[in-house]
Design a protein around this ligand. Structure first.
Ligand code: HEM
Length: 508
C-alpha cells in the first residue's frame, strides 16, 4: 500500500472512531439509561435522536403561551409547566425526560427532594453555567460549589443576620414611600378618584431601587447603573436562549457591559475601602461583606469575588422579590376579605406611620398571605442539580451526569402534601408555621431548603412586608378588567402581559 493508501486508511479509522463515539453518546447511552430507569419503575417520554424531548417541550410551551386562565383559578400548571403537567399525569411524579442526550430526572417526592437539597457528600451539584449567564452572575454564591461555596457563604452570611437587616428596613420604607408619592401625583393630576397602575413594572423598579440602596448605601446611584447593565445583559441572555439575537451580537454587548459593570463596582469598592472609619465600612451589604471578609484571616474574598457577590445580590434579590410583591397584590385584589384583614392588622399595629422593623414581626396575617403567595406563585418555580456520581435516591439508582429537576410549583400543589384545597388560596394553612402547613415539613420550597437555601429570604420577607404595609395603609385595590391571567416563567414566574391594578386612595 502506498503512502496515500495509508493516509486514507488512517483517516477512515479516525472517522469511524468519531462516528462510533457520537453513536455511543447519542444513541447507545440514552438507550441503556432509559432501560435502566425503566427497570427501576421510572419511565417518561421517548428519547428522540439528538434532540431528546426538546421538540415536544417547545411545542407544549408554544401552545401554553396562548392559554388564558380564569382570574380566580390557581390551577396554573398547564400554562406554566405544560410538559411537567402532561408527563406527571402520564408517568407519575417521578419521570425522566431528555435534554438532548442527557436524562433529566424530575423529582417531586418530598423525601427525594429533601435528599437532593441536603446534598450530603456533594452528590448533587449545581449545573455548570457558562457564557452570558456566567457573566451575569459571576462566580458568586449562586454558582459556586463545595469548599469555594462554603468560603463565600461564610463571608456573606453575617450581612444577612436579622439585626443587620432590620437596620435596612428604614431605607426599604423610604423607597416604597417614594413610589407611592409618584402614584399620588398621577392621581392628583388626573383628578381621578382611582387609577389603574401596571404594578409588575413598578415593583421591578422599586425592588431595583431597594437592592441598590441596601447593597451600596450612599453609592446607590452608581450601584444602580451596574444593575441596569446587568438587566440589559439578562435580556440579551434570554434572547440568546430563544435564538432571537445572534451570538456575535451578544458577545459584543456582553464584553462592553461586563467592562462597565466591573469598572463601576471596582471604583465603588475602592472608595469604600479608603473611607473606612471607626464604625467600619458601613451598614449596607457591601460594607458588611467587607467587614466580614477582613475577619476571615486569609480565607476572605478578594476584590473580584466581592464584585461577583454584588452581582449575585441583584440577580438573586431583584426580580424574585418584585414577583412576590406582584403575586401578593394580585391575590389581595382577588380576595378582598384578606385585603381588609391585612389592612386592619397594619393599621392596628402602626396606624398610618411608616412601618418599622419591630412592627413587621407582628404582622402575623401578612406573613401567612406572603407564604401562601410564595406557595401558589413561587417566583423561582423550579431548580436543577446534576448527579456528580452514581447515587441512590430513595430506591432509584441515578447514574452520574443525570440532570435532576425539582419543580417547586408542582410540589406546592400536591394534594397528598397540602390537602384537597391545594389549588385554593388559603393563607390559614400557615397558621402554625411553615413546617406544619403540609404533611411533610419540607414541602414549602419557595426559598429552597438545606445548606443552599436562599440567603436573602429574611431580606425578601422584610421588604415585602414593608412595601405591602405601605400600600395597604393608603389604598384599597382591585384587579383591573384589562388583566389577563397568564402566568409565565421568564427565569422568574411573572404575569405575561403585566398586572394592571386599580388603586383607590383611602380617606381617613
Ligand atoms: C421572594 C424572593 C426570593 C425568592 C423566592 C428566592 C428564591 C431562592 C431560591 C429558590 C434559591 C435556591 C436556588 C438553588 O439552590 O438553585 C435561592 C438562593 C439564593 N438567593 Fe434567593 N430568593 C429570593 C430573594 C433573595 C434576595 C432578596 C437575595 C439577596 C439580596 C437572594 C440571594 C440569594 C442567593 C445569594 C442565593 C444562593 C445561596 C447559596 O447557594 O448559598 N435571594 N433563592
Amino acid at each position: 500500500m502506498g503512502t496515500l493508501g495509508l493516509i486514507l486508511v488512517a483517516l477512515g479509522v479516525i472517522l469511524v472512531s468519531i462516528l462510533w463515539k457520537k453513536m455511543m453518546v447519542l444513541l447507545w447511552r440514552p438507550y441503556v439509561l432509559k432501560k435502566r430507569f425503566k427497570e427501576q419503575g421510572v419511565s417518561g417520554p421517548e428519547y428522540k435522536f439528538r434532540s431528546g424531548s426538546f421538540v415536544e417541550v417547545r411545542r407544549l410551551e408554544d401552545e401554553a403561551r396562548e392559554i388564558e386562565l380564569d382570574v380566580n383559578s390557581h390551577d396554573i400548571l398547564p400554562k406554566v409547566a405544560p410538559y411537567y403537567y402532561k408527563w406527571a399525569n402520564q408517568y407519575g411524579g417521578t419521570f425522566v425526560y431528555w435534554v438532548g442526550p442527557i436524562p433529566n430526572l424530575c423529582v417531586t417526592d418530598a423525601e427525594h427532594v429533601k435528599q437532593v437539597l441536603s446534598n450530603k457528600f456533594g452528590f448533587f451539584a449545581k449545573p455548570k453555567v457558562t457564557g452570558a449567564l456566567l457573566s451575569l452572575l459571576g462566580k458568586g454564591l449562586v454558582l459556586t460549589d463545595g469548599s469555594e461555596w462554603a468560603r463565600h457563604r461564610r463571608v456573606v452570611s453575617p450581612a444577612f443576620t436579622m439585626d443587620k437587616l432590620k437596620v435596612m428596613t428604614k431605607q426599604m420604607a423610604e423607597c416604597a414611600q417614594s413610589m407611592i408619592e409618584t402614584w399620588n401625583i398621577q392621581m392628583d393630576s388626573t383628578n381621578n378618584e382611582q387609577k389603574a397602575i401596571e404594578v409588575n413594572k413598578q415593583f421591578q423598579e422599586l425592588t431595583a431601587d431597594i437592592i441598590s440602596h441596601s447593597a451600596f448605601g450612599s453609592s446607590y446611584i452608581e450601584g444602580k447603573e451596574v444593575f441596569t447593565a446587568q438587566q440589559e445583559l439578562l435580556m440579551l441572555t434570554l434572547a440568546s436562549f430563544n435564538g432571537s439575537v445572534s451570538e456575535t451580537k451578544i458577545n459584543k454587548h456582553k464584553q462592553r457591559l461586563d467592562k462597565k459593570m466591573r469598572n463601576t463596582l471596582l471604583s465603588i469598592i475602592e472608595n469604600r475601602m479608603n473611607s473606612k472609619d471607626s464604625l467600619g465600612y458601613g451598614n449596607d451589604l457591601l460594607g458588611l461583606m467587607l467587614e466580614s471578609t477582613e475577619k476571615q484571616e486569609g480565607t476572605g474574598l478578594n476584590t473580584d469575588e466581592i464584585i461577583d457577590e454584588c452581582k449575585t445580590f441583584f440577580f438573586g434579590g431583584h426580580e424574585t422579590t418584585s414577583e412576590l410583591l406582584a403575586w401578593t397584590t394580585f391575590l389581595l385584589s382577588t380576595n378582598q376579605e384578606w385585603q381588609v384583614k391585612l389592612r386592619d392588622e397594619v393599621v392596628k399595629e402602626c396606624g398610618r406611620e411608616i412601618p418599622k422593623a419591630d412592627n413587621l414581626s407582628k404582622f402575623k396575617l401578612m406573613n401567612m398571605v406572603l407564604l401562601e403567595a410564595l406557595r401558589l406563585y413561587p417566583p423561582v418555580p423550579m431548580i436543577g442539580r446534576v448527579a456528580a456520581n452514581d447515587v441512590k435516591l430513595g430506591d432509584i439508582m441515578v447514574p452520574k451526569g443525570t440532570a435532576v429537576s425539582i419543580p417547586f410549583i408542582v410540589i406546592h400543589r400536591k394534594k397528598e402534601l397540602w390537602g384537597e384545597d391545594a389549588d385554593k388560596f388559603n393563607p390559614l394553612r400557615f397558621e402554625n408555621g411553615v413546617t406544619k402547613a403540609a404533611k411533610h415539613p419540607a414541602a414549602m420550597l419557595a426559598f429552597s431548603v438545606g445548606p443552599r437555601a436562599c440567603i436573602g429570604q429574611n431580606f425578601a420577607m422584610l421588604e415585602a412586608k414593608t412595601v405591602m404595609a405601605t400600600i395597604l395603609q393608603r389604598f384599597s385595590f382591585t384587579i383591573s378588567p384589562e388583566y389577563k391571567h397568564k402566568p409565565v416563567t421568564l427565569l422568574t414566574l411573572q404575569p405575561q402581559d403585566g398586572l394592571p391594578i386599580i388603586f383607590k386612595p383611602l380617606v381617613y
